[in-house]
Design a protein around this ligand. Structure first.
Ligand SMILES: [Zn+2]
Length: 326
């Protein structure tokens, strides 16, 4: 199956309903858009700061019907959207066919709208958008999509809240901080951390990110912050992962394995991107400790979470190669 293109709808018109997660001053806001296909025009939209209601779903189609000359043949929505049952009900009322499809196949249709949202729109596909355009490899698209959770997935910080109502509120600030730190601009990075604190307070996630910024130039402060992060949330997965990386570097393989395993226990099962990352490192730690079978099994698990992961594939290939020749 290939991603939908506008031309696919020349003979079989449709309305595509999709959600854009945006950010306004007060916090996240979701746009539910109705796009006419094949024209690509936005017919109408509804916004919500929480979740779409049934009456909003009905209103969405009522308005679309008023504003359109003809009704389409069917309505398409991305599978897994929390509003899917409501939109299905509203579609039934119109007597139209209803199709759900993985959002990765809708990227090409939605991309122009996302671009027009510009910097106010933060999503897995706006980050690395250029990669999506340059690289049509479907697996890579999926990999990019999985980097950031869906709004209604459990938050990767293991707070137990949905992402939308937890760390998503400071997604932009944290990204800015990480990019600035990577570029060596620590003053700017710390300013973004302060901004994040002003939005959500000193959460485990923000303190963990502050620790990452300090890790570039002040190891002691970075460690103190990591300890502070774990005192706020002892299960914070990324903190355990970072501890694993440090222990591995200092040669404490056993300690690193334990820390990675703790991180794995606490990442939500939906966070396949980070689970892949930790399993990959767990494999490398086992390998460094000459625990070959465990290494193989950890790398295989990493691939289960992200089948397109090239690093892990290479690790496994080299492992198999060295076994055959060694
Ligand atoms: Zn969170």
């Amino acid at each position: 199956m290939k991603p939908y293109q506008f031309d696919d709808f020349n003979k079989n018109s449709a309305w595509l309903v999709f959600r854009l997660d945006s950010q306004i001053a007060d916090g996240p806001i979701d746009f539910y858009m109705v796009m006419d296909l094949p024209s690509g025009d936005i017919v109408t939209f509804e916004t919500t700061e929480t979740v779409l209601t049934q009456s909003q779903a009905n209103k969405l189609f009522k308005e679309a019907k008023i504003k359109s000359v003809n009704l389409p043949n069917r309505i398409i929505i991305a599978s897994g959207d929390p509003a899917e049952p409501l939109l299905r009900k509203a579609t039934d009322k119109l007597g139209l066919d209803f199709e759900t499809i993985a959002s990765v196949y809708l990227e090409d249709l939605i991309a122009p709208i996302k671009q027009s949202f510009g910097e106010h729109f933060y999503s897995p596909s706006s980050i690395g958008h250029s990669h999506v355009r340059e690289n049509t490899d479907e697996l890579d698209r999926e990999c990019l999509k999985k980097m950031i959770p869906d709004s209604y997935d459990p938050c990767p910080c293991a707070s137990g809240k949905k992402y939308k109502f937890c760390c998503k509120k400071v997604f932009a600030e944290i990204m800015e901080a990480m990019v600035a730190a990577e570029e060596g601009d620590y003053t700017t990075a710390l300013k973004w951390i302060d901004k994040a604190k002003s939005v959500v307070g000193e959460t485990a996630e923000v303190i963990c990110r502050e620790s990452i910024v300090y890790s570039y130039f002040d190891g002691k402060k970075s460690n103190d912050l990591l300890a502070q992060c774990l005192s706020i949330n002892p299960n914070h997965p990324r903190a355990h992962y970072l501890i694993g990386l440090m222990l591995k570097e200092s040669g404490d393989i056993e300690g690193a394995v334990t820390a990675y395993q703790t991180a794995i226990r606490h990442y939500p099962p939906t966070d396949v991107f980070h689970l892949n990352e930790v399993y990959n490192n767990l494999g490398s730690a086992f390998y460094a400790g000459d625990n070959i079978e465990e290494a193989k099994s950890a790398w295989e698990k990493a691939l289960l979470y992200l089948p397109s992961d090239k690093t892990t594939r290479r690790n496994l290939a080299e492992f198999i190669h060295s076994r055959r020749t060694g």
